[in-house]
Design a protein around this ligand. Structure first.
Ligand code: MN
Length: 275
């Protein structure tokens, strides 16, 4: 049986990435695939890109990898956004920018008969937000091919990152998997009255897939496991003194409190998921 570790949304958090790779190694797993957003937010973007290049046999492009590796015309952009853009862009070398620009949008493979498709956020758009709880129509669209997917088949298993929240959802005889985030874990809807222990929220998350890689035979074994690992958050924050949005970043790492939570809550209300 083959084992594949799927990691996502490292976001420049080197302590979390090193701890993740150590955990993967300890389990004897050699196939590591990345779902993108290696950079942005945390200060160690360059180190994280280099580690992913060294360790991951598959690496696809996230929206942040895309945006911050390209030159952008900042005229008319507000000051904070422009400063943030420059800060994130200055964290990566020309060579790493070229690597990030060259990454594919999507990757497909067979595992114990199933067609598995990986993409960062949605098969058609790398920054579209599809929540763990969403309409059946939105969730179903995650299995459909687009002009950006390697094949025009419907996927049996769709794997994406982007929302920084791990989950498994089965529908229409198909499965959606999200490994959560390595370096920027969060729960996007929060309420002090309802919240459980924050330590359940601020851990590293990644996914282990087990099956027969490359096999079209449905009789092979298949399993998926979401891993939770604590890591030294204070160690990472102690090296982020230059972070352009340190306060928001600290709140995310220590409390899993998303900086744009109001936006996600608004979306949840619009969908009728929250009063
Ligand atoms: Mn993303």
């Amino acid at each position: 049986m083959d084992q594949i570790a799927i990691i996502s949304d490292i976001h420049g958090n080197l302590t979390a990435l090193q701890r993740t790779l150590e955990d993967i190694r300890e389990r004897g797993i050699t196939h590591i695939y990345s779902l993108g957003d290696i950079i942005a937010k945390g200060t160690h973007a360059e180190e994280c890109v280099r580690l992913v290049r060294d360790c991951c046999e598959v690496s696809i492009q996230g929206n942040c990898d895309d945006v911050f590796s390209r030159d952008m015309d900042l005229t008319g952009v507000d000051q904070l956004s422009a400063d943030r853009f420059r800060w994130n862009q200055n964290k990566i070398s020309p060579e790493s920018k070229e690597y990030l620009r060259s990454l594919p949008f999507s990757h497909e493979f067979y595992l114990s008969g199933r067609l598995v498709r990986m993409f960062h956020a949605h098969p058609g758009k790398n920054d579209r937000y599809i929540g763990a709880i969403d309409s059946f129509d939105h969730l179903y669209s995650m299995f459909l091919p687009t002009e950006k997917t390697p094949s025009q088949e419907k996927a049996d298993i769709a794997i994406y990152g982007h929302i920084h929240l791990p989950f498994v959802q089965k529908l229409y005889n198909r499965i959606i998997l999200n490994p959560g985030s390595v370096g920027n874990s969060m729960d996007c809807v929060r309420d002090p009255e309802r919240d459980g222990d924050v330590r359940a929220n601020t851990v590293i998350n990644y996914l282990i897939l087990r099956g027969t890689l490359g096999s079209r035979d449905w009789n092979g074994p298949l399993s998926y496991e979401i891993i939770n690992i604590p890591y030294d958050i204070e160690q990472e924050l102690s090296t982020n003194g230059d972070n352009i949005e340190l306060e928001a970043y600290e709140k995310e790492l220590r409390l899993g409190w998303y900086r744009n939570m109001a936006k996600v809550e608004r979306m949840a209300r619009e969908k009728g998921l929250l009063q």
